[in-house]
Design a protein around this ligand. Structure first.
Ligand code: SF4
Ligand code: SF4
Length: 360
């Protein structure tokens, strides 16, 4: 019998509201309105249960979590329960007073998303005028207040040429970490794929830049690099393995094994506050649907990599192969691999530049 370890992290999606409208947002296409959000009492209870379950990190996320007035209270409560508190934010609704309050409440880490290195590019992608300048101001404040800063740079065809400038920007902001993530094609990104897909030459050039800078800046800036799936040979170990490291709670309180799990039909998502979090983690139908390796089909079932990458992403398998149990088609052993590669190359040549912006 396989032992199920406690989760490492809880992703608390406090709200789907966000002033930005990124065309690659990982939130679902059907966004929840403010009225569907759970209240402070609910989230305080979730934090208590998570700490008792053994969770070590809480990521306050959204949408834009700083739109919640109770964010400092939740951060304070999480810190008091021994959790490492991280805020994943667009930063445009923050100011000095709010950031100071959060720092005093115990917030340890702030991840600020940047849509580019130049204001014109970034503000167009997020569809929010003045956003880039505000992010720069808030990023400087984060480090001045003694919190760790990660710069999140999501890259794609329409901003990849700014990659060297984004690296310089992270250095200038004194970030501890720079996460360069090629767009993952879920949610809104799948809808905008033809406008976002880079061509292979641009992807290879970006790879070389990251490799060179990572070496040159060793000890100064830590790099996390997420490659574009469709050009990969092997899939990512999605979420560190389904139901193995992370719980994701939606603004209306449903507990998911990953943020896109709702796209998979036939899964039942229990509600926190109604069912104990520990029961959901250990016994929940959705968490056990793809846990471990017993559910796998060939070629995963007899592959040496199956306990390393767990067959890749289930949501991507559904989106591209039409079957959530299939091998993630980005894997070179998938019968669909070549087709996906050719589709990526064709889409990367598209004239499409206009975005379908994320809207509630
Ligand atoms: S990706 Fe953009 S739109 Fe989506 S939550 Fe983050 S900042 Fe808001
Ligand atoms: S066949 Fe499955 S387990 Fe093997 S590398 Fe591909 S996705 Fe991973």
């Amino acid at each position: 019998m396989t032992t199920i370890a406690a989760p490492l992290a809880l992703m608390a999606e406090l709200t789907h509201r966000c002033p930005l409208q990124c065309p690659y947002c990982s939130n679902p296409l059907e966004l929840l309105k403010a009225g569907a959000e759970r209240d402070t009492k609910f989230w305080l209870g979730v934090i208590d249960e998570a700490a008792a379950l053994g969770v070590l990190q809480i990521h306050f996320s959204g949408g834009e979590p700083a739109l919640r007035q109770d964010l400092p209270q939740l951060v304070e409560h999480a810190t008091a329960r021994g959790l490492y508190a991280n805020l994943i934010t667009s930063a445009v609704t923050l100011d000095e007073s709010k950031l100071s309050t959060l720092a005093q409440a115990g917030l340890a880490h702030v991840q600020i998303s940047f849509q580019g290195a130049r204001p014109q590019t970034a503000d167009r992608i997020g569809n929010y005028r003045g956003g880039h300048e505000k992010k720069l101001q808030m990023a400087r404040l984060v480090t001045q207040l003694g919190m760790s800063l990660t710069v999140n740079a999501v890259v794609h065809r329409q901003n990849l040429e700014e990659l060297p400038a984004m690296i310089d920007m992270a250095l200038e902001l004194d970030a501890d970490r720079l996460e360069i993530a090629h767009v993952q094609y879920h949610g809104w990104a799948l809808k905008n794929r033809a406008a976002l897909m880079p061509d292979r030459a641009a992807f290879e050039a970006a790879d070389a830049i990251v490799a060179q800078k990572r070496q040159a800046l060793r000890g100064k800036l830590t790099f996390d690099y997420v490659v574009p799936d469709y050009y990969a040979r092997a899939p990512k170990t999605c979420m560190g393995g389904w139901g193995q490291k992370t719980l994701n709670i939606t603004p209306d309180g449903r507990v998911l094994p990953c943020h896109a799990a709702e796209t998979i039909p036939g899964l039942t998502f229990d509600r926190a506050g109604t069912t104990p979090l520990a029961k959901i983690w250990f016994e929940g139908q959705a968490f056990n649907a793809f846990r471990g390796t017993a559910w796998m089909q060939e070629p995963c079932a007899s592959c040496d990599m199956k306990t390393i990458d767990f067959g890749g992403c289930r949501c991507q398998a559904l989106a591209l192969a039409g079957d959530a149990r299939a091998t993630d088609p980005v894997c070179h052993l998938s019968p669909l691999h070549q087709q996906i590669l050719e589709m990526a190359e064709t889409e990367s040549m598209a004239d499409e530049r206009d975005f379908v912006y994320r809207r509630i």
